[in-house]
Design a protein around this ligand. Structure first.
Ligand code: HEM
Length: 512
């Protein structure tokens, strides 16, 4: 008996040794083995296609495949068994998760773990009291009327002093290909830093300085998303423990991000935060834990940088394909603001209903956050009858929802701002039918600020430039994995300045 148990013990040791060896030497092979095991557990058609990646033969993006599956599901809800994930595009279910049973669908522990290294205890990654505290603090700041005019001034200044001179410098050059996605990221990064922290990183200067931080931020976002897409957390957790592969790279990226966050706090302390009215000053007056402050800084950067840049990228991609909509935006601006005039205040931009409709329509088709997940705390049944077992991840999918005939009618795939207008006046949709800014208790706190930013950039650029797509061949963009939607190949354009400019401003003199 003793002999038998020692033999078993040795076999177990040998098995563990081989497993660890395989994971270290070939993480891909380890993943393959793991997927093979899972395959034995579930080989329904959807799980099979997910594991074999056979969906990629027919679809450019995972989100397009999900949209296809959801479209054909009678309940507009599908399970992905191997991911322990239920995905829904049903507005009733979404209202139920985000509002009616908000308490049963928190972000949950699994997500805090997945995003914990990157976002820590920042607002996007916590529930309960910690979330309530950050939300209240942020709302106090973002709801103030004065903050609107301050944000408007920051954005105007960033456009006039940096964005326009940069585009002018590329204008008309045969080889002057510009990646608008990169430009928009720099723009929104400068804007959110000035707005939230009262500091200016100057990423959008004419020289387009390479930002080690921006690269690190993108990597951390990419690897976090890959963790969330993994069939099991086991693989990334082992890689993290052993500090190998993507987890090693993620750790390095996070180190760089930490340095930036520390620098932001150091500069804030030097400048003083007792009277300053930006978001970070408000937090620094109440919180004295630097790690917690770091998490807050990173979350607000994520909130304001990637989302706005993503919305601008897809909007300009759509406008390049639909020049008639760009013209209609300009006709409205000329009528409301005066020919070739810039908006002079936050409130003035609100009067542009067609522009508001076009921005909403663009995000309907290309939401900056394509899907968002919660974890079910107690067994539950969704309004469409889907049973949800405790611990299941439930994901709502705005990208798929924008492609649903049942929600948007037979012309749902068309870019049609008019669907948002009644007698020329913009009307908002039910947030559970259009959860681009989420809805219910955790609705986005920066919505107004984001819309102002997107519309200001759009007006200024359409007035002065033509953009020609360099690779117009793809009928749909291809996305890379990340927490916010990102064009895999950027948005490459040739820029040409328009000749007729009534209010030609001398913005070249403002270059930093
Ligand atoms: C087009 C741009 C934007 C989009 C599409 C967007 C979308 C969203 C979404 C979907 C959420 C929910 C995330 C979740 O809980 O998982 C969210 C939350 C949030 N957003 Fe935005 N956002 C945008 C811009 C901004 C900006 C510019 C700011 C800051 C000034 C901001 C601040 C926040 C904050 C603080 C939350 C957390 C709310 C909470 O958990 O209670 N957002 N946003």
């Amino acid at each position: 008996m003793e002999l038998e148990s020692s033999w078993l013990l040795h076999a177990l040791y040998a098995f563990c040794f081989i497993l660890v060896f395989i994971i270290i030497v070939s993480p891909r092979f380890a993943l393959f083995l793991y997927l093979l095991l899972l395959k034995l557990w579930c080989n329904c058609e959807i799980c099979d296609a997910y594991l074999n990646l056979s969906w990629a033969k027919s679809f450019d993006n995972l989100c397009d495949w999900y949209a296809h599956l959801l479209k054909h599901s009678p309940t507009k809800t599908i399970p992905i068994h191997v991911l322990g994930n239920i995905i829904t595009a049903n507005p009733e279910n979404i209202k139920y998760m985000l509002k009616t049973r908000f308490d049963n669908y928190p972000k949950g522990k699994p997500f805090s773990l997945i995003l914990g290294d990157f976002l820590g205890r920042g607002i996007f990654n916590v529930d309960g009291d910690m979330w309530r505290f950050q939300k209240n603090m942020a709302s106090l700041e973002l709801d103030r009327l004065s903050i609107r005019s301050n944000a408007f001034e920051i954005v105007r200044c960033e456009i006039e002093k940096r964005l326009l001179p940069l585009l002018v410098s590329f204008s008309g050059k045969e080889d002057g290909i510009l990646d608008l996605q990169d430009v928009f990221r720099r723009f929104s990064f400068d804007s959110i830093c000035q707005f939230s922290f009262g500091l200016d990183p100057k990423c959008l200067q004419l020289s387009l300085p390479m930002s080690e931080f921006a690269v690190a931020f993108d990597l951390a976002s990419k690897f976090s998303a890959e963790r969330a897409m993994a069939v099991s957390p086991l693989v990334w957790k082992i890689k993290r423990k052993l500090n190998i592969g993507s987890e090693k790279k993620m750790k390095e990226a996070i180190k760089i991000i930490d340095i930036l966050a520390q620098e932001v706090m150091r500069q804030k302390r030097v400048k003083g935060f007792s009277t300053h009215k930006d978001l970070l000053s408000r937090f620094m007056r109440t919180v004295d834990d630097d790690t917690y402050l770091r998490d807050i800084v990173i979350s607000f950067l994520l909130a304001g940088r990637d989302t706005v840049a993503s919305a601008l990228t897809s909007f300009f991609w759509l406008l390049a394909k639909h020049p008639e909509i760009g013209s209609a935006i300009q006709v409205e601006a000329d009528r409301v603001l005066g020919p070739n005039q810039e908006p002079k205040s936050f409130e003035e931009i609100q009067q542009l209903h067609y522009l508001q409709a076009a921005v909403h329509e663009s995000m309907r088709l290309y939401p900056p956050i394509q899907f968002d997940s919660k974890f079910c705390q107690q067994d539950d049944v969704l309004p469409d009858g889907t049973f949800v077992k405790r611990g299941t991840r439930v994901t709502y999918h705005p990208y798929a929802m924008g492609r649903m005939e049942e929600i948007w009618g037979p012309d749902c795939l068309e870019f049609k701002p008019e669907r948002w207008l009644r007698d020329g006046v913009f009307f908002s949709e039910n947030p559970f039918k259009y959860p681009i800014f989420q809805g219910g208790f955790r609705v986005c706190l920066g919505k107004d600020m984001a819309l102002m930013e997107i519309k200001s950039v759009c007006l200024s650029l359409l007035q002065r430039f033509h953009f020609k797509l360099v690779f117009p061949c793809h009928s749909t963009p291809r996305f890379s994995p990340g927490l916010t939607s990102t064009f895999r190949d950027g948005l490459l354009v040739l820029v040409r300045e328009k000749v007729t400019q009534l209010s030609h401003r001398n913005y070249m003199v403002h270059v930093d």
